[in-house]
Ligand binder design. Structure first.
Ligand code: KIV
Ligand code: ZN
Length: 388
């Protein structure tokens, strides 16, 4: 394990594909996997091979195509699942299996109909079985955040003793919050005797809008791996958006003091590809890669950004592969942004009275429209009637 380094596992192709309405074909999946590799993802969770022949073949194809990243497959605590995962990844040098079973009271009683002891026995048997076939075994207690903490410690210790070297703590239903999730990692550190023999990982869902904050809280409390998806796609409200975590760790490295392997300049391209192949447009106000993330509309902000972008931009657009910022002209825009845009369009703006008149006409127009376009500005400069 590298010091002060956070490993990134991307599960866009597995948990991300659980987004209602999203269905990647094998070609899409390979294309995304190669882009994830270019983005610097350490582990690509390629799929859940037992679920269908198509998923099995996609995991195989990703294993063949990817050269640097580790390729992971998901399996329940079930020998057939583990065998299928092994068959799909047999020829892949950097492979990992991800074995899971639910541990919370509601899942034990309503879904699995298993006692706490039976679950511990199943973990012992199946993690050990997986370890016979894979050098790297990850174990997840599904719905960990709604599991009794003392029992969770026992579960985690059992998994490590049985051969797991990565322990993932899923917030399966997006129930926790940063304070509590951080305390849970601290609790595991204090109570699991073999804690130091495994890498701990966060896996959060966004039901309460806290998936990124929760992942960062886990990192603050000892997690050295983060799981999530591109653009936060996933079941229900989605997963932790990995681009948000990567950029937060970079922008606030004074606070987190952590490195990652993420090539930030590939972020926009990765986001665009996943958005296009998933058929899910990125909301304009989405952090880091939304269309408005580098746009400033109010006059005060535009004036500040024109004087020095750092007044209102903590992330430079170029950092994440976006060409530049945008100052859309609307009714809140001020004189500075208006004059600047007119000069960019090649108009002489030195005559104060003329500028006053044009700016007044611009404001009158802006009151009637959401945004004033370049065509509007040409018409205005050429004295055309733009009143409606
Ligand atoms: O959210 C979850 O619990 C999962 C597990 C399979 C790790 O995706
Ligand atoms: Zn999940």
């Amino acid at each position: 394990m590298k010091e002060n380094y956070v490993y990134f596992l991307d599960t866009s192709l597995r948990d991300g594909e659980q987004t209602p309405g999203v269905n990647f074909n094998t070609q899409d999946k390979v294309q995304i996997a190669l882009q994830l590799e270019a983005w610097g993802i350490d582990v690509i969770e390629a799929g859940f091979p037992v679920t269908s022949q198509g998923d099995f073949e996609a995991v195989q194809a990703i294993g063949k195509a990817v050269k640097k990243a580790t390729v992971a497959g998901l399996a329940r605590c079930n020998k057939h699942d583990i065998d299928r995962c092994y068959e799909a990844l047999e020829d892949v040098p950097n492979r990992q299996i991800h074995v899971f079973i639910a541990t919370s009271p509601i899942h034990r009683e309503a879904k699995l109909n298993m006692t706490k002891e039976e679950i511990l026995d199943s973990i012992k048997e199946h993690v050990a079985y997986a370890r016979e076939k894979f050098d790297l075994v990850q174990f997840s207690p599904e719905d960990a955040t709604r599991t009794e903490w003392d029992y969770l410690s026992e579960v985690v210790e059992t998994a490590i003793q049985s051969g797991a070297s990565i322990i993932n703590i899923p917030d399966t239903v997006g129930y926790t919050n940063p304070t509590e999730y951080g305390q849970l990692f601290k609790h595991l550190q204090d109570t699991v005797p073999s804690f130091d023999q495994a890498i701990f990982s966060s896996h959060c869902h966004d039901d309460l809008g806290m998936a990124t904050a929760n992942a960062l809280a886990a990192i603050e409390n000892g997690a050295r791996r983060v799981e999530g998806t591109v653009n936060g796609i996933g079941e229900r409200a989605g997963n932790t958006a990995l681009e948000e975590v990567a950029v937060a760790l970079h922008i606030r490295k004074d606070f987190y003091v952590m490195e990652t392997g993420i090539v930030l300049s590939e972020t926009k391209q990765t986001s665009d590809l996943v958005s296009r192949l998933a058929g899910m447009p990125v909301p304009r106000n989405k952090a880091v890669i939304g269309g408005n993330a580098y746009a400033h509309e109010s006059g005060i902000h535009q004036d500040g950004v024109l004087k020095n972008p750092e007044t209102y931009e903590i992330i430079t657009p170029q950092l994440v592969g976006v060409s530049g910022n945008d100052l859309p002209l609307g009714k809140l825009s001020g004189r500075h942004a208006f004059v600047d845009r007119m000069e960019q369009l090649g108009f002489e703006m030195s005559d104060k009275e003329h500028v006053n008149e044009l700016f007044k006409q611009f404001k009158d127009l802006a009151d009637k429209k959401k945004l004033v376009t370049t065509t509007d500005l040409y018409a205005l400069a050429q004295g055309q009637d733009i009143s409606d």
